[in-house]
Design a protein around this ligand. Structure first.
Ligand code: GLN
Length: 493
């Protein structure tokens, strides 16, 4: 039988928080129900690597005490799933890698600490591509994750476990990280809202670094309002992250219902025929979304960001170069798994050979090559120049529009195993998400329909630095106009 508590857990996080704040349910009751679903979703979808009942129930009791004492929390009692490359005090962080076996985080990432302060209860850690390197969750050392919309397909990546957990209705909210699309693309594949903030808006303290100049944490939610509430809680300066923006974040909720009237929406010329092709259902959804925004009072303008065509190539040089440096710390001396070898370099070799998976090794090699003497100028420095030019292209485009609309991904969720043997086709799937990452711009993915095969299709809205309030309002307009897409067939319960 369906209880009111079940219905609450199926619904928006903000309604759940209101119910807990009004003492309709305790945070403990909510946490117990969510934990039970998380265990099922782990078995069915592989979404969680670690479910944390003891920590979650203790945290829920603490939220109940705070509610009883009259404290107001925007996300009171909201169960939260956290991607396993983001630290939660007392829980393991593996980043989907064997090399971190046995590692337990000593403290919370800033974004986790802030969501806890806002009332969230962490129920577990979710699967991801190893160190965030992938677009399908298949590079996780702990097996693939299944998409609750079609369990033969990937949930997207690298935040695939977080997306699957939210889509499966195990939790209403999750944290993902996005280096080149890892929040937005899984959101698109699982019919969720995902936000990649302006670089520096959400502190990186407590994230296991992949490519530090690109990494940003962001929320995965079932609706725009929940994503805004979570992002508002996560944002703001942090003395522990030198790259966090010093300025106070903009108000995110105030104009969320402001609609699209009077805005200029850029349609990206380069999205019409991307390298690797565009699925026809995705093309049709783009058209429909553009018309809906136009009906809501927006003006459509065609814009060009020419260097978008070089973005995937530049991204995979810069991200791998940074990764080759960031991942040097995993040597068996201080963190996680250790394999003894002959002397110090033998220890490094044995630990890294056994600890890293093939995709991570490929990227360390690529990145080391791009930085090596004699090649650095031809690869790394050239890619940096493309990055700078791309930012200029975007600045030019934003003279004639307020935000750019394009698909989040060129196709809906693909089958498990379909692209895993062909890294290039996997990399090309990031064609629409990496440009905003390279330019440090905020971008959001919002559900915009289902394909003929009933697979979710997401649309991306990207804007100038600091334009999150506008993107959320436009996303809300798309959400309102598109309506409901129902429950995924694989939802728990
Ligand atoms: N798919 C991209 C990559 O593999 C993006 C991943 C991410 O954003 N973490 O690098």
């Amino acid at each position: 039988m369906t209880s009111d508590l079940d219905l609450l857990l199926d619904g928006p996080a903000h309604e759940l928080a209101a119910a807990v704040s009004a003492r309709g349910f305790t945070a403990r009751q909510v946490a117990e129900a969510s934990l039970a679903r998380a265990v099922k979703s782990r078995a069915l979808h592989g979404s969680f690597l670690h479910v944390a009942p003891a920590a979650a129930l203790a945290a829920a009791d603490e939220v109940d005490r705070r509610v009883a004492s009259g404290e107001l929390m925007p996300l009171a009692g909201v169960p939260l799933a956290v991607k396993d490359n983001v630290n939660v005090a007392g829980l393991p962080s593996t980043a989907g890698s064997r090399i971190l076996a046995g590692f337990v985080a000593a403290d919370d990432a800033t974004c986790v600490e802030r969501l806890k302060a806002a009332g969230c209860v962490v129920v577990g850690k979710t699967s991801c591509d190893e160190f965030g390197m992938g677009s399908s969750n298949e590079s996780s050392a702990f097996g693939p994750v299944r998409n609750p919309w079609d369990t033969s397909r990937v949930p997207g990546g690298s935040s695939g476990g977080s997306a699957a957990a939210v889509a499966a209705l195990a939790v209403p909210l999750a944290i993902g990280t996005d280096t080149g699309g890892s929040v937005r693309q899984p959101a698109s594949f699982c019919s969720l809202v995902g936000v990649k903030p302006t670089y520096g808006r959400v502190p990186r303290y407590g994230l296991l670094a992949y490519a530090s100049s690109l990494d940003q944490a962001g929320p995965l939610a079932r609706n725009v309002r929940d994503a805004a509430l979570a992002l508002a809680a996560m944002s703001g300066p942090d003395p522990r992250d030198a790259t966090s923006l010093r300025s106070a974040p903009p108000e995110l909720l105030g104009r969320i219902e402001a609609g699209a009237a009077g805005t200029r929406i850029g349609l990206l010329a380069e999205a019409e025929a991307p390298e690797g092709g565009l699925d026809s259902d995705v093309g049709a959804a783009l058209e429909t979304t553009a018309r809906r925004l136009e009906s809501a009072g927006a003006t459509l303008v065609r814009v060009s960001v020419p260097r978008v065509s070089l973005a995937v190539a530049a991204y995979y040089i810069l991200a791998t170069a940074e990764a080759s440096s960031n991942l040097a710390r995993y040597d068996g001396v201080r963190y996680g798994a250790r394999r003894e070898g002959d002397g110090l370099s033998g220890l490094y070799r044995a630990t890294r050979t056994a600890g890293f998976g093939p995709e991570v090794k490929r990227r360390i090699l690529l990145g080391t090559f791009a930085l090596s003497s004699g090649y650095r100028e031809a690869w790394y420095e050239r890619a940096q120049r493309v990055r700078a030019l791309l930012a200029i292209d975007f600045a030019d485009a934003f003279r004639s529009c307020d935000a750019i609309l394009c698909p989040t991904a060129p196709e809906p969720a693909f089958g498990i195993g379909e692209k895993s043997a062909d890294p290039l086709s996997m990399y090309l799937a990031d064609v629409f998400t990496v440009p905003a990452s390279l330019a440090g711009l905020p971008a959001l993915s919002v559900p915009a329909g289902l394909s003929r095969d009933r697979l979710p299709i997401g649309m991306q809205l990207a804007g100038p630095a600091g334009s999150e309030p506008l993107l959320l309002a436009l996303g809300r307009e798309v959400e309102r106009a598109s309506g409901e897409w129902g429950r995924p067939p694989g939802a728990i319960r």
